[in-house]
Design a protein around this ligand. Structure first.
Ligand SMILES: [Zn+2]
Length: 61
């Protein structure tokens, strides 16, 4: 399930499979579907990323 995170003061949607953040929910969902199905990221989708996984703070313990 795509989660919502605040990164650098903006709200972004994060693919839970790969941790990449997107400005729009639709793209985040597409990424997550692709990641789950193929166990890899789509370069076509990921180039729309707002933030790479290394920039996304992990939530919770
Ligand atoms: Zn993904």
């Amino acid at each position: 399930m795509v989660r919502f995170a605040r990164i650098c003061g903006t709200g972004d949607y994060v693919c839970e499979e790969c941790g990449t953040a997107y400005h729009d929910l639709e793209t985040a969902r597409r990424c997550e579907d692709f990641c789950r199905t193929h166990h890899a990221c789509s370069l076509e989708i990921i180039r729309h990323a707002a933030h790479q996984p290394s920039e996304v703070p992990s939530t919770g313990s």
